[in-house]
Design a protein. Structure first.
Lengths: 284, 243
């Protein structure tokens, strides 16, 4: 188990996913953004502007490193080279937080650049828990694990997602990143209740919350099919689900994710302001 | 029915396959369109990564051609690493054999150039050698010296006018390329990689310096203008040390 009280944890304020085109705006006037999240893999080059910008930003903001390529849900072993690159980044940056996904992306040395789903069974539970322990051991710190967006279900699953995550926390001592948009997307797609998901979720283990936009489609039967696209504004039902979550979980660091069709800084800052309002009434 | 990640991966990259059995819609029926979401995410994200990596190739062949070509490339060469900043390193070989691109024989070398520009962008930062250090050396000592060049420094040689084609597709009002062999030097004095036209003699000399040859052994080509070549390297912060 690892020390949960780091020197400077993420503050319970709005944060945004950092995009280089916003660099000048963020330096000039970040309000109300209190911290930044970066994708680990974008900062695994040897140098140049990305690393220089990150060094500069890290002097001014708490940084959350969010991995998208570790493939923690892999059937096979973790890629030791990639874990090594991640350790190098975490060692020099010493970020406030590191998080990854309950998903896989690499199989048989092929990286698919998407967060792919896994069934929730005794077998996958043991595998994921062992991977998380390996990561925490390698990095020398506690990590956060994020709930995925689901588009389909596995017939073989024997755990609900909240129960699976709760068991991961018990076995590894990791914490959780609760993506409220993912909860809404998955619940709509799988015809379950997002509120019931939050009710069942181990909110005491939540160290960060994600919010993002999604696209709307339909499946072949005409049933709604929401796609986690991070390409537009957060919809009202997701904001409402955030309020529901904060009422249970208390104030948490809230991240606005906008990765595609990235808007002007003002639009992103407006989303962050709305997140600040959602946090303002929540007793610590 | 258990779904292996091998079956999932194979289904993702082969649009003609049915989704693996055991993946379900909420009503329990076999998933079809829901599996296509993953297929689409993977194809679009890899195709986007290739577009970001090869803007000049894309401009040369047009959006529609590029998307179709990317669809073939990403199935033939799925990434082997999660570092998408380096995805596409097999593009020169791929283009050499890609039938529909044969009418543009310079494409593989343009791909090499674009890959080199990306590597330069992400290359390690380097200290610049003070040019006075070179100036202070006696001629014999200078000729015996080996040069350490910055990690961003690369040379791309081609039978085609790669420098002119690159410029014509990135800089407004650039002159029209003339069909002739060209070599390009890539440097990065600050954060933005720069591309310079160099002649074959300079290319040979700089490649030998990169390989660690003493300066005296890089001068075989009598057309080499050593003064111009060294001035270019020093002026672009390309030399980090001599030893």
């Amino acid at each position: 188990m690892f020390d949960q009280s780091r020197d400077a944890p993420l503050p319970a304020l709005p944060g945004v996913g950092y995009k280089p085109q916003h660099y000048a705006d963020i330096i000039k006037d970040p309000d109300p953004v209190g911290w930044l999240e970066i994708h680990a893999e974008n900062y695994m080059g040897d140098g140049g502007r990305p690393i220089a910008q990150l060094r500069h930003l890290a002097e001014r903001f708490p940084i959350s490193v969010h991995g998208v390529g570790l493939s923690i849900g892999s059937e096979g072993d973790l890629d030791p080279d990639h874990l090594g690159r991640l350790k190098h980044l975490i060692d020099w940056l010493n970020p406030a937080s590191f998080s990854e996904h309950l998903a896989w992306s690499t199989h048989d040395s092929h990286f698919l650049n998407d967060l792919l789903p896994l069934p929730y069974t005794e077998t996958t539970l043991a595998k994921v828990a062992s991977h998380i322990s390996q990561v925490q051991e390698a990095l020398g710190r506690q990590m956060l694990l994020e709930n995925p967006s689901s588009y389909l279900a596995f017939a073989e699953s024997t755990y609900s997602e909240p129960d699976f995550l709760r068991e991961i926390v018990t076995r590894t001592g990791c914490r959780l990143l609760l993506d409220v948009n993912n909860v809404f997307v998955s619940a709509t797609n799988l015809k379950t209740s997002p509120q019931a998901y939050i009710d069942a979720f181990p909110v005491e283990a939540v160290g960060e919350i994600h919010l993002g936009g999604h696209d709307e489609d339909k499946d072949e039967t005409g049933a709604p099919l929401l796609i986690d696209s991070h390409g537009k504004a957060i919809v009202d039902p997701v904001w409402a689900l955030l309020d529901y979550t904060l009422a249970r979980a208390g104030p948490k660091p809230l991240l606005i994710e906008w990765d595609n069709d990235v808007p002007e800084w003002g639009t992103l800052a407006d989303e962050a302001k709305r997140a600040a309002r959602a946090l303002s009434g929540i007793p610590a | 029915m258990n779904v292996s990640q091998e079956a999932f991966r194979a289904g993702i990259l082969d649009p003609d396959r049915l989704a693996p059995v055991g993946l379900c819609n909420p009503d329990g029926a076999q998933a079809t369109k829901r599996f296509d979401v993953y297929r689409n995410n993977v194809a679009v994200s890899l195709s986007d990564a290739l577009e970001a990596a090869f803007p000049v190739i894309r401009k040369l062949v047009g959006d529609q051609f590029f998307r179709a070509m990317a669809g073939v490339y990403l199935r033939k060469h799925p990434p082997k690493s999660p570092l998408m900043m380096f995805y596409g390193d097999a593009m020169p070989q791929f283009l050499r054999r890609f039938g529909p691109a044969q009418s543009l024989p310079y494409l593989p070398d343009i791909a090499k150039l674009e890959l080199a520009m990306r590597r330069a962008y992400h290359a390690a930062d380097a200290q610049t050698l003070d040019p006075q250090v070179l100036g202070a050396l006696a001629p014999d000592a200078l000729l015996a010296s080996r040069f350490r060049l910055a990690p961003a420094v690369q040379v791309v040689k081609s039978d085609f006018p790669i420098h002119a084609i690159y410029l014509a597709n990135t800089v407004p009002e650039a002159p029209k390329p003339v069909m002739q062999p060209e070599c390009a030097l890539i440097t990065r004095a600050g954060f933005d990689p720069q591309i310079h036209l160099i002649d074959a003699a300079a290319a040979k000399c700089i490649c030998a310096l990169i390989d660690g040859s003493p300066l005296a052994d890089t001068l075989a080509d009598e057309t080499l203008d050593l003064g111009v070549t060294l001035a270019l390297l020093l002026g672009q912060s390309a030399v980090t040390d001599i030893y």
